[in-house]
Design a protein around this ligand. Structure first.
Ligand SMILES: *Cc1c(COP(=O)(O)O)cnc(C)c1O
Length: 491
């Protein structure tokens, strides 16, 4: 008997049977590919079966289960009930549809289980490469700083934290130690995550001035100047202008160049929330709409929306590397130690320390497709948007409810003799039925006090015919509902 026999048996999370593990992995890939190949034939959404929902109320699993069986549960409980955003007729919210290449990348990244903190490893090189590509793609200065984050919410928070710390000693003394009230300027279209970032930063919701918008739903530049003057006179410290490059409601884009001029004239930080619209810059057709975006001191944008990278993928670029680094420099001496010879300071440029290798799914997708393919997707979305607008304008029962700047179309079904409230209810019913019948998903949106249907046309899987179907079915359901109402009255 050797000494080894006395050692306790080790446990590990690696499979007991690698061959079985390999087989189930191949099966998963085959099944997922089949699922993606047949999306058009599937309903965009279906209600979750009550038995399935019950299956999520089990207590903590104590005993092991065969991976085949767990995978079967996934096929039964999880896969059939998505939000719908990978489906070709999903236009509900600004969700990306994802891309199969990145699905593989996620598998590889998790296999490597890389923790991308900036140590000399390949994952840091990949992220640095991706950030440089983002700068190149958006004509942003190559000597700027940047980091990948979970999405627009985090990107806005990082950008505004840098902005706050650039003008105050909030990092050292807390916001209570700031002698003047810090004031930011957004518009009535500014996204709620910007407001949340301001709350998290301790500046208070009332420190954002919501400047009114013009008829193109852009921030009124003259009003912005007046508010800044007013705040200065009142002894406050205006410090940041927040522009929106693609408002969530309607896709409107502020006059980015004019706002950059104002920020420059008053010496304010210029933050652009481009979660939706920034990547539209890939198309020369949107260069005039997005002119001035690259003058931002901080630019927040998403890659999991119009760029179709699977969740989560966002990015923030900061013009001044030095200012960016100063903001989050409380990293421990352990991480700062020179001996570690780091490639990048990812732990000092956002609020996270441990970070996943989300850069890989971007890197692989961009390399595989080439950036020109993404430009074509964006232009296809713009063409489909124009197609939908034409269909609505040509339809006697549909009307357009907001100006179209990017790829968001707000429209509704109308019928003579119905009050505003009745039309609101009718349109809500139409979009509910479109979804419940598995036809298409559009969302509702309040525009000018009225409920409208809203289609976000940023899905690379949609075909032009899908929009014909949307319009046809929305009108059919509208007429069905009207007829049912008439019958009810007659009875
Ligand atoms: C989606 C969105 C955000 C938030 O981004 P997430 O990726 O969802 O965190 C911020 N601003 C605008 C304009 C958005 O549309």
């Amino acid at each position: 008997m050797g000494m080894d026999d006395k050692k306790p048996k080790t446990v590990t999370l690696d499979p007991d049977d690698w061959e079985e593990f390999r087989a189930v992995g191949h099966q998963m890939i085959d099944d997922m590919i089949a699922f993606l190949q047949n999306l058009h034939a599937r309903p965009v959404w279906q209600p979750i079966h009550p038995d399935v929902e019950k299956g999520f109320k089990k207590s903590l699993p104590m005993k092991p289960k065969n991976i085949q069986d767990v995978y079967k549960e996934f096929l039964y409980q999880v896969l059939p009930y998505p939000t719908g955003n990978i489906h070709p007729r999903f236009w509900g919210w600004i969700n990306g549809a994802g891309c199969p290449v990145s699905m593989y990348a996620d598998l590889l990244a998790s296999g490597m289980n890389a923790c991308t903190v900036g140590l000399p490893d390949s994952s840091s090189l990949v992220e640095l490469q991706v950030i440089d590509w983002m700068k190149e793609m958006l004509d942003y200065p190559m000597n700027s700083s940047g980091i990948l984050v979970s999405g627009g919410s985090a990107a806005n928070l990082v950008g505004l934290t840098v902005a706050r710390n650039a003008v105050s000693e909030a990092a050292e003394k807390g916001v209570g130690g700031i002698p003047k009230k810090l004031v930011l300027y957004g518009s009535t279209e500014t996204h709620f995550t910007v407001q949340r970032a301001v709350e998290v930063l301790g500046l208070g919701r009332d420190s954002i001035r919501k400047i009114p918008v013009n008829d193109k739903l852009q921030m009124d530049v003259q009003k912005l100047r007046e508010e800044i003057e007013k705040d200065r006179k009142a002894g406050h410290l205006p410090f940041c202008v927040i522009a929106t490059a693609g408002a969530t409601q309607t896709g409107s884009v502020d006059d980015l160049d004019a706002l950059a001029d104002v920020a420059e004239a008053y010496g304010l930080w210029y933050h652009v929330d481009g979660a939706i619209g920034s990547v539209g810059y890939l198309s020369p057709r949107l260069h005039s709409v997005l002119k001035g975006m690259n003058r931002a001191d901080s630019l927040a944008f998403d890659l999991h929306k119009w760029m179709q990278i699977p969740y989560e993928a966002g990015c923030v670029l900061i013009r001044s590397k030095e200012t960016h680094l100063k903001t989050f420099n409380s990293a421990s001496s352990f991480l700062k130690s020179e001996a570690l010879k780091r490639l990048a300071l990812f732990t000092e440029t956002s609020i996270q320390v441990s970070r996943n290798f989300k850069a890989l799914k971007i890197w692989m997708s961009l390399k595989t497709h080439g950036i020109d393919k993404f430009r074509m997707i964006i232009e296809q979305c713009l063409d489909q948007t124009a197609h939908l607008v034409n269909l609505i304008n040509d339809h006697p029962d549909l009307e357009l409810m907001a100006p179209v700047t990017l790829h968001i179309v707000c429209f509704r079904f109308v019928a003579p003799g119905l009050s505003g409230e009745q039309l609101d209810a009718l349109n809500q019913q139409i979009l509910d039925r479109l979804r419940n019948e598995g036809i298409a998903i559009v969302s509702n949106m309040n525009v000018k006090g009225r409920l409208t249907m809203r289609a976000c046309v940023n899905n690379h899987r949609s075909k032009f015919e899908d929009f014909d179907l949307l319009v046809r079915e929305a009108a059919r359901i509208g007429h069905d509902l009207l007829a049912a109402e008439t019958e009810k009255k007659a009875a």
